[in-house]
Design a protein. Sequence first.
Length: 289
Amino acid sequence: MVPSFEHDAGDWSAQLLRDGYCIIPDALPRSVLGALQRDLDEDFRATPLSQGRFYGERTKRFGSLLRRSGRTSALVMNPTILTMVEAVLGSACDRIQLNVAQAIEIHPGEVRQFPHRDHDMWQGDKGAHEYLVNVIWPLSPFRRENGATLIYPGSHGCDGMAREDLGDPIAPECDPGAAICFLGSTAHGAGANLTDLPRRAIVVGYCLGWLKPYENQWLAYPPAIARTFPRELAALVGYVQHRPNLGNYEGQCPSILLRDEIPGCIGAIDALRPDQEAMLANFSAEDEP
């Protein structure tokens, strides 16, 4: 029997590809988001306001969330989200990776953010496939007046990127527990906060495994920290190779750094895709006397 979350993820991935975004209600219990917010309260207080019009001069941002609170893993490893992301990105990479896990607090008086597409952080050709999927997890209720992220439906993919006019944005109004998902090719931007209270959220992004991620995961989670993660989470933050041989350490999977004892000298071991293994096997057979 197929688990229900896989069926749900298929529906959400179809909507995500069709509309450029989707909103998954009750993706996590509201209590999980409340506990995570309490864990991060001191970090929100201590973090200075950002500098620059893009990040927002009345906005606070900080990353390394898996180190700051273990509850972050419930967001990052949500099975419905991961299944959906794999369905969207899996055809263009050997494995996905964590691109960012960032907390954002938009303060009263912040202006509307410039509409943008997150895949533009990479300079490759766009349109053949998606580069990333972002998930916004509200910590505060999202409302148009308090700076809910504005999303431009239909602005994604080749057709959407060819449009001269982005059209009117929607403000995904929802409460903590919901997951607001959108593609890297979908135009969006934080709204203006017209209220007298800050608006908080967590952004978790996933990208193709062969890209350089927005957040330097190995600095955010060095081996001493990643060693405490479950194996699947450690792999998602970069302690695994992307075939062929990408992201290796001394020619081996970087997960070797999570062992209790690390050899002083390490021998390289192939990590190839099946098609490359077959190509080498055919070459060896033709080259034999």
